[in-house]
Design a protein around this ligand. Structure first.
Ligand code: CA
Length: 233
């Protein structure tokens, strides 16, 4: 559990997995969640590097969101080369940054999500880069069917994975400068419906909302690592 002013995060290994391959970070006006992929220790190394690399690029190098995603990707690729046992590791990344005018932009690669709760309405801000979403786009699945469809595990875009070129993130600007922002790994939204997520995200302060969301994901089965970051904008 970490908290900084108006933001909090929580992460849990869940009830099935033996290690937690998720990572998150909260910095000044920067919030990040990553979900690692890869055998051995690869997944947790990749998600940790992505979070660290993205925050460093934004805070120390003055990078924009796209450059920060590239920096995170490059850090994973470099580390894979130095440590062949980690070859092929990768990660999702959902990265949010608030600028001096209060506008929040999100960069997304993979199937970790950003949601906004404003005026009692939960809106999913990101679109998953996975096969289940492609089937939704083609009208072959409803979003509710996609939530339990095996295509959710076939991720079409990620950082690392041995690719030399950084994947281009999808950039989304929030429609408003207020509300409660949620970043999460799929361990949350594969266990809970959007209606449940919206109700739990509204609970108490941002730290209490994080606790409530993680507890509900565990109660629902905890089949995956679950990580959330909640921010009061
Ligand atoms: Ca996951």
């Amino acid at each position: 559990m970490a908290a900084a002013a108006n933001a909090a995060g929580a992460s849990d290994v869940g009830l099935v997995r033996s290690n937690n391959e998720d990572a998150y970070a909260i910095a000044d006006d920067i919030w990040v969640v990553a979900d690692g992929l890869g055998g051995h220790a690869g997944g947790e190394v990749a998600s940790g590097l992505a979070v660290q690399g993205a925050v460093r690029a934004l805070t120390e190098d003055g990078a924009d969101l796209v450059a920060a995603v590239t920096a995170a990707h490059d850090l994973i690729i470099e580390t894979s080369r130095e440590h062949p046992e980690l070859a092929g590791m990768g990660t999702t990344l959902v990265l949010a940054q608030r600028d001096a005018d209060g506008r929040v932009r999100i960069a997304n690669v993979g199937d970790s999500r950003a949601y906004l709760l404003a005026d009692d309405e939960l809106v999913q801000l990101t679109v998953d880069d996975n096969h289940a979403q492609e089937l939704v786009d083609r009208g072959e699945l409803t979003p509710e069917q996609a939530r339990v469809h095996p295509g959710q595990y076939w991720i079409s875009k990620a950082l690392g994975l041995g690719d030399r070129d950084a994947p281009s993130p999808t950039i989304t600007e929030l429609p408003t400068t207020r509300g409660r922002l949620l970043l999460c790994t799929d361990g949350l939204n594969s266990e809970l419906t959007d209606t449940q997520i919206g109700e739990l995200l509204a609970e108490g302060d941002s730290a209490q909302a994080c606790e409530a969301l993680v507890a509900a994901a565990l109660l629902s089965g905890g089949g995956d690592n679950v990580t959330v970051v909640a921010v009061d904008l």
